[in-house]
Every structure is written in structure tokens, then in C-alpha cells.
Design a protein around this ligand. Sequence first.
Ligand code: OGA
Ligand code: NI
Length: 362
Amino acid sequence: MDGAAAAKPQNLGGSLPVPNVQDLAASDLTPPVLDRYLRDTDAPAVSVVVNGEDATSVPVVDLGRLLDPKLGEKEAAKLRSACENWGFFQVVNHGVPDKVIDAVKEDLKGFFQLPLAEKRAFAQEPGGIEGYGQAFVVSEEQKLDWADMYFLSTQPPEYRDLKFWPSQPSTFRDSLERYSAEVQRVATDLLRIMAKNLGVKDPEKMTMIAGSQSVRINYYPPCPQAHDKVLGLSPHSDAVGLTLLLQVSPVAGLQIRKNGSWIPVAPLPGALVANVGDVIEVLTNGKYKSIEHRAVVNAREERVSIAAFHAAKFGETYEPLEEMVGEGAARYRTISVEDYVKLLLSSKLDGKNIMDAMKINP
Ligand code: OGA
Ligand code: NI
């Protein structure tokens, strides 16, 4: 794969300035301030039983077994079912060393404990998405998420803009770099096995969507005033290939939509939560669906997560794979990575879902 020639385009869209939520949560909140965060809906609907079945348990897949020639086949069947029926699964035995995970967790904790002014030294700039701030706030009327976020391009190394990488804690850059490389390896392994499961002859057609990686670190402060009327992260699907998310805190918050209900993804110590993103839906011509999910907020405890989004490098193309289209018709457009990113930003600005623009004859 030759991505070196394709530089990373700048100015990948920005956001209107909004308050820092961690700062807000720590202050004496008066009702009008909270208004911008309050949703019309009541307490988030959560169902733990779907069709009479306990649906709390998103499938768990063991990467060590998947890669073991003797055990792989049975585990691959589990992965196939998770991709077809859930779009979400937890990955255990993924081989990311505990010390790599612990170090990144520790540094995230250290970062969020810094005074606001020091965190703001790494703030997003007008028109840009990288750095500490918020994602995609496009109107003054828009309901706001009860969270701060920190977005960084992590892979390949030439996509990094180190001015947004914190210099405090002093170990942060190092721990994020290691974590990022390990997680990219997990994504590539999973995609290779997915390719096999799907009968895609050239695994590179799938693994190329882990050619680049960006991370979104989410900080959800507690919201004692109205935790059941705010959302940490609005419902969305991930507009990328494969997401691997680490629930840094042992606090529940992530929920996925299944059969019309919201199902919690309970934090499983050490596991990575994997989800099929929009680009996998495109490549598989709709066989693996990108699933809507959201994050709710706790009344008393803060919650931190780090999502690693994997996508193809600039210069590549997204299209339904030959083996997946077969004798049928492609249900999604063919599009260059650059145009896909442009389409994503214009969809966000118009309040639309990119998949509506990607589908052919929806
Ligand atoms: C995301 C996301 C969920 C969470 O960052 O895209 O869905 O639990 N995060 O933080
Ligand atoms: Ni997401």
C-alpha cells in the first residue's frame, strides 16, 4: 500500500465554540445554562430484554483463539455472527499489553486533571477538528452533548500534528503512540479474519481500512442535576471502517440500538469494544450493518473512553467489494477517501446522515 504520496488534507471541518463541559459541571449550574443540554425525551429508554432474550450481553470474541490455527474456525463463526447480528462485540485476549493500556489510562486521567487553561493549550483551532474541544456543533440551536472531546490523528505517523498532542503528562505522547500502534494491529487482525469470513479473496481489500487511525478521547463529567435528561454523546453511527473503543472508566454509559431498544455495553475489564462502521457497511454491500449508538451520563461519576477509528489512507477508494456484490447490484457509491471525508463534513453541516448520500436508490 502506498499512502506516502497522499498527504493529509488540512482543515477537516470545525465546530462552533461551546462551553467546556468539565468546567461547567464543576461550577454552580443555573438552569438557563443547562437548557442547551436538556433533551425533550425523558429518561433514556433502556431495555435489557429483547424478544424474551437477555440482550445485555454484546458478544465477546477472543482474538487469541481467532489467530490460533486449531481454535480459529469456531471463534471465526462467533465473529461472523457478531458482525451479522450485532455490529458490536467486545474483544478479549487481544494481546495489547496491560502496561500499555494502564499507561494510556493513567495519562488520560492526568490530562483531564490539568487546569482548564493548560488543557486549552491543545485546543482545536477554528476550522479544524484536531485537538481538545467538541465535535461538529453546527448551530446555536443544536442540543449539546454533555462531554468534552479530544481528537487526534494517530496513524500513519505522518498524519500526526504534534502541536495538538499534550506535552503533559510528560509520558502522554509516548503512551498514546504505543497504544495506537497496538490497537491498529488488533484492527488489522480482525479485518483480515472478517475478509476470510466474507469470502473476500484479497484480505488487503479489508485490511486497507485500518491503514489510518484517529482517536477520539471522550470525557463525560457527572451530571447530578439532570443526568437522565442529558446525553453524553448523541445517537450516531461511526463514519469509519472499524472502531475499537476502550472504556477507560468502570462506569457504564455506552448503549447500542438493537431492535428499537437501547442496550448497554457493560464495561468488561481490559476488553476493547469493536464496532462495524459505515465504511464496512459499504464494503460488504450492506451485509454487515453499521449500528447506531450513544453514550449516557452518570449522576455521580465521571466517565472516560477512547475510541480508535480506523479508515483507509487518503488516496484509496471505498466501494462495495466484488465478492459482496456478486450477481447483484452495488447498493452504495464508489468514492475516494478524500471525497468521502468531504461528503461527511457537508452531511454534518446539513444535519444529514452520510449513509443517505452513500446509498444508491435508498
Ligand atoms: C464515539 C463513541 C462511545 C463512548 O466516540 O464515537 O461512540 O462510550 N463513544 O464513549
Ligand atoms: Ni461512536
